[in-house]
Design a protein. Structure first.
Length: 207
C-alpha cells in the first residue's frame, strides 16, 4: 500500500506521524519504508523516517533522492542553488521502494500547494505517484479553514482522501482543539479521522 502524507502547513508534525505509522506497521510484521522525495535545509526528517523503516534502506539517498541545502520551499531552494528538481528520479525511486516493501509512506514537504516549480506542486507529485492522501493537521484555532481547503484541493484533483490526523502539538486543550474533530467529520466526512495526543509514542495502523 502507498500513502502520501501532506500537511495543512509546515511544522504540523508530518514526520512525527509518519514515524508513528511506520512503527505500527513494522510491529505488526510488515515491511514498511518512509519516502521523503524532497528535503530542504537538512535531512533530519528523512533520517527519522529512515530509522523507523524496516528493513533499513540502503542509504539516505534511497528514501530522499532530492536534497537541497537551502531552507526554503523546493522551488525557491532549487532556484537559489541553480538546479532543476528531477521528478522522474523521484518517480523511479518511489517505484523501486514500492517493489521492495509492503508499505511506502511518502512524506511531502510543507503543505499541499507548495511549489516544486512554477507549474508543479506537491499535490501534482502525489497525483503522479498515484497515492491516496492523508492530511496531518496541527489541531488548534484556525485548523478548520486550512484543513477544509486542503481536503477540497485533494478531492478536486480526483485523489482519494484516506483520512485526517489531528496532531496535538501542544499539551493544553482549548475549545477549538476539542471541537475541530466533530466539525470536520460533518463537513469533510473523511473515512478516518484520528486525534493523536501530545507526545504520543505508539498508535495502531488505522487504515
Amino acid at each position: 500500500m502507498n500513502l502520501f502524507i501532506t500537511g495543512t502547513d509546515t511544522g504540523v508534525g508530518k514526520t512525527y506521524i509518519t514515524k508513528l505509522l511506520l512503527s505500527s506497521l513494522t510491529r505488526a510484521g510488515n515491511s514498511a519504508v518512509g519516502f521523503k522525495p524532497i528535503a530542504c535545509g537538512d535531512r533530519e526528517d528523512a533520517e527519522i523516517i529512515s530509522n523507523a523503516s524496516k528493513p533499513s534502506p540502503d542509504s539516505i539517498e534511497t528514501i530522499n533522492p532530492i536534497f537541497l541545502k537551502t531552507p526554503a520551499a523546493p522551488m525557491a531552494a532549487a532556484s537559489i542553488e541553480g538546479v532543476t528538481i528531477d521528478i522522474n528520479k523521484i518517480k523511479s525511486k518511489h517505484l523501486e521502494l514500492t517493489n521492495s516493501y509492503d508499505y511506502v509512506l511518502t512524506e511531502g514537504a510543507g503543505g499541499w500547494a507548495v511549489p516544486i516549480d512554477s507549474e508543479y506542486s506537491m499535490g501534482n507529485l502525489a497525483a503522479d505517484l498515484g497515492c491516496p492522501v492523508l492530511i496531518v493537521v496541527n489541531n488548534k484555532l484556525g485548523a478548520l479553514n486550512q484543513t477544509i481547503l486542503t481536503a477540497n484541493a485533494v478531492r478536486d484533483m480526483g485523489l482519494e482522501l484516506t483520512g485526517i490526523i489531528l496532531n496535538h502539538i501542544n499539551d493544553e486543550r482549548d475549545t477549538a482543539s476539542i471541537t475541530n474533530r466533530s466539525v470536520l467529520e460533518d463537513i469533510i466526512k473523511p473515512p478516518v479521522i484520528l486525534d493523536i495526543l501530545h507526545e504520543e509514542t505508539e498508535i495502531v495502523w488505522p487504515f
